[in-house]
Design a protein around this ligand. Structure first.
Ligand code: AMP
Length: 190
C-alpha cells in the first residue's frame, strides 16, 4: 500500500495484543511481521546453538542479552523480504537495542518510519496474560515478564516520543478496532 509507513516497530507489554496485530497488519501491508520471540522459540525447538543458549532465559521470563539479540535482528533484517519494510514485534526491548536498530537501519540507508505503542491498562494486561497462560507459564513468570517490560522496555516510549516517532494507539478495544486505529496511525506517520 503506497503512502503508508513501512518500517514499523510495535511496542507494547505482554498481553497488549501486539503480536496479533503484527500478523494482521503484515498481511494488509505486504511486509513481514518479525517476532524475535517467535524466532527464539523456533531456535529452542530446533535445538540450535542459539536455542540452547537462550532456552532457560525464555523460561524465566528474562531478557536475552543485547549482543545476542543484535545478531538475531541484524541477520533477519538483512533478508530480502525485509527490504521493502517490516513490522518488528518484540524488538527493541531495551534502549541499547533501540540504538542497535537505528545503527542497522542507517547502515542500510534506511530509518524507522513509526513506532506504534499499543497501550493497555495494567489490570487488563494481567487478566489477558493469565487467561492465555500455557501449562509451563507460572503466574510468577508472567508477573516477571510484566516487570521486565516496565523496567527495561517502557523507557522506549519516551525515547521514541522525543524522536517524534511515537504514535499511541488504544489497545483496550476489539482486535478489529485496534487494527483500524493502527492503520490510521500509519497513514498519519507516512
Ligand atoms: P515474546 O514472544 O516477544 O514475548 O518473547 C518471548 C521471550 O523471548 C521474552 O520473554 C524474552 O525472553 C525473549 N525475547 C524476545 N525478544 C527479545 C528481545 N528483543 N530482547 C531480549 N529478549 C527477547
Amino acid at each position: 500500500v503506497a503512502g503508508e509507513a513501512k518500517r514499523i516497530v510495535l511496542l507494547g507489554a505482554p498481553g497488549s495484543g501486539k503480536g496479533t496485530q503484527a500478523a494482521l497488519l503484515a498481511d494488509a501491508l505486504g511486509i513481514p511481521a518479525i517476532s524475535t520471540g517467535d524466532m527464539l522459540r523456533a531456535a529452542v525447538a530446533a535445538g540450535s546453538d542459539l536455542g540452547r543458549r537462550v532456552g532457560s532465559i525464555l523460561n524465566a521470563g528474562d531478557l536475552v542479552d543485547d549482543a545476542t539479540m543484535a545478531e538475531v535482528v541484524t541477520d533477519r533484517l538483512a533478508q530480502a523480504d525485509a527490504g521493502p519494510g517490516f513490522l518488528l514485534d518484540g524488538y527493541p526491548r531495551t534502549l541499547a537495542q533501540a540504538d542497535t536498530l537505528a545503527d542497522v537501519l542507517v547502515a542500510a540507508g534506511q530509518r524507522l518510519d513509526v513506532v506504534i505503542q499499543v497501550d493497555v491498562p495494567e489490570a487488563e494486561l494481567v487478566r489477558r496474560v493469565l487467561g492465555r497462560r500455557r501449562e509451563d507459564d507460572t503466574e510468577a513468570v508472567i508477573r516477571k515478564r510484566l516487570s521486565v517490560y516496565e523496567e527495561n522496555t517502557a523507557p522506549l516510549i519516551g525515547y521514541y516520543q522525543e524522536l517524534g516517532l511515537l504514535e499511541r494507539v488504544d489497545g483496550n478495544q476489539s482486535i478489529e478496532e485496534v487494527s483500524r486505529a493502527i492503520l490510521g496511525a500509519l497513514e498519519v506517520a507516512a
